[in-house]
Design a binder for this molecule. Structure first.
Ligand SMILES: Cc1cc2nc3c(=O)[nH]c(=O)nc-3n(C[C@H](O)[C@H](O)[C@H](O)COP(=O)(O)O)c2cc1C
Length: 209
């Protein structure tokens, strides 16, 4: 039908941190690219997350801390963490390791990923999938920090129990990729509904990124 409007491609920002579960980043990207309409995807990675997947083999842009500083040289230049925050319709941090969880819970912003989160627009969904060894997960500070993020309005995609990379079996593994994808899909549909089912926010369409 000529009157039918094409759904704009949603903009999904993936954040990843130095958990071994970052080995699933290629699978997460690939699975999200199967969504309809096909989303645009960008990734913000911490330095340590880069140990777990090959940045150069991904078919999406992977931003790291050096991009933040290399793209800015004078006062008119865009600030990458602000541009990404405007560009994204939803953000999923998967995996969220104990270190970055603690930083976000305390408002720290000492790298590109935590700056995006610190500048986040609370009208847009932000999801996080914790991933850590059971001993780290069971430390009481973990529950306190996860609760704090949930109180702020971020959505937890809870850990699961399984055999972990270190050989231990227990709770703390990142949720499986299909679970992450359905959480993103769900957040996009409620987000579109809130936006009146017509278009995504103008910020995501007008950003030069
Ligand atoms: C092989 C390896 C696997 C790791 N896996 C995890 C993990 O699953 N969860 C976690 O919280 N920390 C894990 N760590 C520790 C983090 O990488 C470390 O705390 C790091 O400082 C995190 O930095 P980032 O949050 O800036 O990425 C792992 C470290 C190594 C060497």
């Amino acid at each position: 039908m000529a009157s039918e409007k094409l759904m704009p491609a949603p903009h999904i920002l993936i954040g990843c941190t130095g958990s071994v579960a970052s080995i699933k980043i290629p699978m997460l990207i690939e699975s999200l690219q199967q969504l309809n309409p096909k989303p645009e995807i960008k990734v913000v990675s911490t330095q340590h997350a880069l140990h777990f997947f090959r940045k150069e083999e991904q078919n999406v842009i992977i931003y790291t801390d050096s991009d933040e500083w290399e793209t800015w040289s004078s006062i008119q230049d865009p600030v990458l963490h602000i541009e990404l925050r405007k560009w994204a319709d939803v953000m999923i941090i998967a995996p969220l390791d104990a270190n970055t969880l603690a930083k976000i819970a305390n408002g720290l912003c000492d790298n590109l990923l935590t700056c995006v989160v610190r500048a986040w627009d609370f009208h847009k969904p932000l999801m996080f999938a914790p991933a850590m060894n059971t001993c780290m997960y069971e430390h009481p500070i973990t529950a306190t920090q996860i609760d704090l993020l949930k109180k702020l309005g971020y959505k937890e995609i809870p850990c699961i129990s399984k055999k972990l990379a270190c050989g231990d079996t227990g709770f703390g593994a990142m949720a499986e990729v299909p679970t992450l994808v359905s959480a993103v899909e769900q957040s996009l549909s409620s987000f579109n509904k809130n936006a009146g089912n017509t278009s995504l926010p103008s910020t995501s369409q007008s950003s030069g990124l």
